[in-house]
Design a protein. Structure first.
Lengths: 111, 112
């Protein structure tokens, strides 16, 4: 079983709509969580960190559910430029500095 | 100018050849990483280094070696390339107080 799992998608989303997807992690010692964005054939870039109480950055909302061991990302009012692959990233407590990546969820926003 | 650079950006080579991928950074970060990315598998850690004298194997280090020549430089070598090492390779850095990794643009390696 992979340590970090994501639905690969693609999630096809009409422009202006809302899309949400989850990421599950297997290690209960996981302590830090992030969403990275990766455009086709480009390097990943940090989208946002995920805090215990949930957090929002503009149209993006991230949630953490420790009991069920998943994090989520919600994108409101989707733009064409939101089309990308979203990578879930986890740091485990006893492996500080080692990032575990999910395989990514592809989002395609259509006109 | 980019903070994390990788050379070459693309490379096609033959089975058995020795290949070196280079990574340089101007961020002043201590920690550097090498990952490979394959379709459907996400990024997998090959090697990481927390400073010049500290190098550690990641989850898929077999067939690879690294050299941390200076704080700013971290090279990945394939001593004898094989076709299943065909992948997109990323270098990344991390500062001591940060949780954000900064990635280079990637090297697309094809082993025939």
């Amino acid at each position: 079983r992979k340590e970090v799992e994501q639905d690969p998608g693609p999630f096809n989303v009409p422009e202006g709509a809302t899309v949400a997807f989850n990421c599950t992690y297997s290690n209960s010692a996981s302590q830090s969580f992030f969403w990275y964005r990766q455009d086709c054939r480009k390097e990943p870039k940090l989208l946002m960190s995920v805090y215990s109480s949930g957090n929002e950055d503009g149209r993006f909302t991230a949630q953490l559910n420790r009991a069920s061991q998943y994090i989520s990302l919600l994108i409101r009012d989707s733009k064409l430029s939101d089309s990308a692959t979203y990578l879930c990233v986890v740091i485990v407590t006893d492996s500080w500095g080692k990032f575990q990546f999910g395989a990514g969820t592809q989002v395609v926003v259509t006109p | 100018d980019a903070d994390v650079t990788q050379t070459p950006r693309n490379r096609i080579t033959k089975t058995g050849k020795r290949i070196m991928l280079e990574c340089s950074q101007t961020k002043g970060h201590d920690r550097m990483y090498w990952y490979r990315q394959d379709p459907g598998l996400g990024l997998r850690l090959i090697y990481y280094s927390f400073d010049v004298k500290d190098i550690n194997k990641g989850e898929i280090s077999d067939g690879y070696s690294v050299s941390r020549q200076a704080q700013a430089k971290f090279s990945l070598s394939l001593e004898s390339a094989i076709p299943n090492q065909t992948a997109l390779y990323f270098c990344a850095t991390l500062g001591r107080l940060d949780n954000e990794q900064f990635f280079g643009p990637g090297t697309r390696l094809t082993v025939l």
